[in-house]
Design a protein around this ligand. Structure first.
Ligand SMILES: Cc1cc2nc3c(=O)[nH]c(=O)nc-3n(C[C@H](O)[C@H](O)[C@H](O)COP(=O)(O)OP(=O)(O)OC[C@H]3O[C@@H](n4cnc5c(N)ncnc54)[C@H](O)[C@@H]3O)c2cc1C
Length: 432
């Protein structure tokens, strides 16, 4: 049942509108927004430039993805999937010494939150998009949004798209949601995109098949393996004997000695961590490499008249603690609920999305503090926990994605060791 039709909304009167909400991008954020909106009875269209399944980096989920996935109706599908179950994270020193795995079930229920997954994103994202379709959302693939359409007062009233066969069309709706990921379509074009200079890292990654992995409960654990100068490898075991492996560090460290080739940089760093070297030695690299830089970004505004931002398009943090997909799905669910309430109140002004923006920013800021501490050369989580044992569970909670809690004790303890960043005043609504 539909609760509202766009014809109820004054500002799109006299204009051909086939949907209540248009969503730019069908990744986890866009698919989640669409699923919940469709469940609420709204007519929603995802416009996605790729043809799914499409490649995407970001395979490791964290425990607090469970709640939003449950809300989407995805848990039964995840349980019967072939994705490897992830129960823990471990840290490995350059000389190969490995920490005890941090098992999430020391803090959360073993059968639900504490068990998460390592996913092949092409498959996982397709599952989320199909789930949105099943709930009633429409999806237009191989269609690129090229422009936001605005009325005379500056309100976003739709998008201009280019289809696969080159046709340019105008689509209108009461609201446009930007879920375009790191492209950050709306905030980039409107000058709202702001970097996070301290998190200005470079990541190079590839995939291995047949490399060494643990067995049993530890098979799907993520390993973060340090290289000098606060660089680190991720090692994410997936199904079909595949491993996602990448190195993240400062550009000037990775290119030291004038090295420019990304494969050369990657292979050189393997030699800097005994555990990574040993684990990859029995496997074969699939051959394709990827590189990205300067990827931590924030949008100054989270909403403006006719427009709302979700997922990476709203904010994206360094992936060291694998928070991206959780934040994308959670923001999609929360944004969809906020949009539904706005439609019910017949008021979609940006101010209605202030609480949504604050909620997501609070989570981003908590995670961001932990990431800043991690990258400080003078800091170690072990030192804080030894001096203040109560911080151990708090750190585990934040790493698990329980990011909307009051962590003031943790931040004040960590601040005795290292300077933490102030909260950024971003993600707020831009009023008309
Ligand atoms: C190196 C690296 C490692 C990472 N590792 C992890 C990890 O282990 N765990 C984790 O949780 N996260 C990780 N992330 C982050 C994670 O990948 C993202 O946070 C997540 O994909 C965000 O989802 P999203 O839906 O916002 O964006 P996306 O998944 O990027 O989806 C956006 C979609 O929008 C489409 N699109 C873009 N522009 C347009 C347009 N103009 N018109 C139409 N469609 C458009 C794109 O094709 C895409 O399908 C990592 C990121 C990086 C860079």
């Amino acid at each position: 049942m539909r609760f509202i039709s766009v014809t109820d909304v004054m500002y799109v009167e006299n204009m051909f509108t086939s949907h209540d909400v248009l969503i730019i991008g069908g990744g986890p954020a866009g698919a989640s927004t669409a699923t919940i909106l469709a469940e609420h009875g709204h007519k929603v269209l995802i416009i996605e430039k790729a043809k799914f399944p499409r490649y995407h980096v970001g395979e490791s989920l964290i425990p607090f993805t469970f709640g939003p996935l449950e809300r989407l109706g995805m848990i039964p599908k995840m349980r019967v999937s072939h994705f490897v179950k992830k129960y823990s994270v471990s840290f490995v020193q350059p000389d190969g010494r490995r920490s005890q795995p941090f098992y999430f079930h020391t803090r959360y229920d073993k059968e639900t939150i504490a068990q998460t997954w390592q996913v092949m994103r092409s498959e996982f994202d397709q599952m989320l998009l199909d789930n949105a379709r099943e709930k009633g959302a429409e999806v237009m693939e191989e269609t690129t949004v090229i422009q936001l359409l605005k009325n005379d007062s500056g309100r976003v009233i739709g998008v201009e798209v280019k289809t696969k066969d080159g046709q340019v069309k105008h689509l209108h709706a009461a609201l446009v949601v930007d879920a375009s990921g790191k492209e950050a379509f709306a905030s980039n074009r409107q000058g709202w995109r702001i970097g996070d200079p301290y998190l200005n890292k470079v990541a190079i990654w590839t995939y291995y098949k047949g490399s060494k992995r643990a067995e049993g409960v530890d098979e799907g654990g993520t390993t973060i393996a340090f290289v000098p100068e606060k660089g680190w490898f991720w090692h994410i075991p997936m199904h079909d004997d595949m491993v996602s492996v990448g190195v993240v560090a400062e550009g000037k460290y990775l290119t030291r000695g004038g090295v420019k080739d990304m494969k050369e940089m990657f292979y050189r760093e393997i030699g800097e961590n005994q555990w990574i070297k040993e684990h990859l030695s029995s496997g074969a690299c699939t051959g394709e490499f990827w590189i990205t830089s300067e990827y931590s970004r924030h949008s100054k505004y989270g909403a403006s008249p006719g427009l709302l931002l979700v997922g990476d398009a709203f904010a994206f943090l360094d992936p060291v603690f694998s928070s991206g997909v959780m934040l994308a799905i959670k923001s999609g669910v929360l944004a969809a609920d906020a949009i539904h309430e706005a439609f019910m109140a017949k008021d979609t002004s940006p101010e209605r999305f202030a609480a949504y923006g604050q909620n997501i920013r609070q989570g981003v800021e908590n995670m961001r503090k932990l990431i800043y501490a991690f990258y400080d050369p003078n800091f170690s989580f072990k030192d804080v926990v030894m001096q203040y044992p109560e911080t151990g569970p708090e750190i585990t909670d934040c790493l698990s994605g329980d990011i909307n809690k009051d962590y003031s004790n943790l931040w004040s303890r960590i601040s005795e060791f290292v300077k933490l960043p102030d909260d950024l005043p971003y993600g707020v609504p831009l009023a008309a």
